[in-house]
Design a protein around this ligand. Structure first.
Ligand code: NDP
Ligand code: X2W
Length: 344
């Protein structure tokens, strides 16, 4: 199948290149750019020297749809709201890695992203797919909205308890930390070495654009209440750790809670549950499509602690997008994604 990437010069795009280069069914035919037409990708990324002969091409939806079967949009929010519908209308399948089609309520998108929302019709057309929670909607779809990085870690950590209705209303608090590649490749004061090295930063306090995305999905799983979600920037390149707290009123033991997770995820190829008392680290999933989860229940406070880690550029973006592409086209979901994390 012929694959095109928009935003290949960005961090998410670079990971798509790395994964798709070795994929047995998808072949990268075209790379598109808004700023570097005519160049080769290795003029931007020396680590890709000699691997991709094709030149970066300008963005032209009609031509792109003729040249490819599927386009990944790894562009900043505010771009795909217009570009994705043009591609789908021309018959091309699309997976959008940005936030533009995740939040189905236009007012909420505009409130949290401070940008104009996509057209209501196309918001309905785009299928939000976190495969472990709703893969049945994806097979045969033409247009996928790939989840955000923090929502992926958070929702996979919470889903088993939420589906069982075990968490009490208004009790969910998520303390999330990300490596700096989560902010993309553009330089900013907050992410330069002297600001971040040996330093921890809280950011977007009660303002993070992933709050409505997480709440929307939790609502569909049966938890209808606001969450507290807080993000921190950590001096490392990649990785997200979401440490999640919630209250359980029912009489339950930590072994029973662990069993619920075990039952939910035992058949999931990309979710690895730690044994009770063990917790994952971000390095243990780096460069892979895994989400690793550990948990504990404090019978003294009736509060559960769930630790969920992913690689923000992989399960949080590029490899999850390829997982979605596999499902869309009826391939084995793990195709081209069966590699272990890079460690140490
Ligand atoms: N980084 C992460 O961990 C995650 C990122 N995402 C989302 O994925 C998307 C890409 O993120 P990331 O790769 O980190 O971002 P980067 O900033 O690293 O790259 C974005 C790329 O988008 C392209 N671009 C910029 N402006 C335009 C435009 N007007 N039209 C078309 N293309 C444009 C640029 O390429 P060029 O100049 O060649 O056009 C740029 O290289 C974002 O929406 C982000 O929110 C989602 C989950 C995790
Ligand atoms: C470390 C860091 O800055 N991370 C980014 C994640 C961006 C992202 O993935 O956001 P959308 O896809 O929803 O635009 C942030 O917190 O905004």
């Amino acid at each position: 199948m012929k694959i095109g990437i928009v935003g290949a010069t960005g961090y998410g795009g670079a990971e798509l290149l790395r994964i798709l280069q070795a994929h047995p069914e998808f072949s990268i035919t075209s790379l598109y750019t808004s700023s570097q037409q005519g160049k080769n990708i290795d003029e931007h990324y020396a680590h890709l020297t000699g691997l991709f002969p094709q030149k970066l091409e300008e963005i032209n939806p009609k031509k792109m749809a003729e040249e490819t079967d599927l386009i990944f949009l790894a562009t900043p929010s505010g771009i795909s709201s217009k570009l994705a519908p043009e591609l789908v209308e021309q018959g091309c399948s699309v997976i959008d890695l940005s936030g533009d089609f995740r939040i189905k309520n236009q007012m909420k998108y505009e409130q949290w992203y401070k940008k104009k929302a996509a057209d209501r019709f196309w918001l309905e057309e785009a299928i939000y797919s976190l495969p472990e929670l709703n893969r049945e909607k994806v097979k045969g779809a033409k247009f996928i909205s790939n989840p955000g990085c923090y929502p992926t870690a958070t929702l996979l950590g919470l889903a088993p308890l939420v589906k069982k209705g075990l968490l009490t209303e208004n009790s969910i608090i998520i303390d999330a930390k990300s490596g700096v590649s989560g902010a993309g490749q553009s330089a900013s004061l907050a992410t330069i070495y002297s600001e971040l090295n040996e330093n921890l930063k809280v950011y977007k306090v009660n303002q993070h654009q992933h709050i409505p995305e997480i709440e929307q999905m939790l609502e569909s799983l049966g938890y209808v209440a606001p969450i507290t979600f807080q993000t921190h920037l950590i001096p490392m390149t990649r990785g997200i750790m979401a440490t999640i707290y919630g209250n359980i009123d029912t009489n339950i033991t930590k072994e029973e809670i662990w069993d619920i997770y075990q039952q939910s995820y035992s058949d999931e190829p990309f979710i690895r549950l730690r044994k009770l008392g063990n917790f994952p680290t971000t390095k243990e999933v780096a460069g892979s499509n895994y989400c690793d989860i550990g948990l504990d229940f404090d019978e003294r406070t009736s509060r559960v602690t769930i630790v969920s880690v992913i690689d923000n550029l992989m399960k949080g973006a590029a490899s999850q997008a390829v997982q979605n592409a596999n499902i869309m086209f009826g391939f084995d979901e793990t195709l081209g994604l069966q590699f272990s994390p890079v460690y140490p």
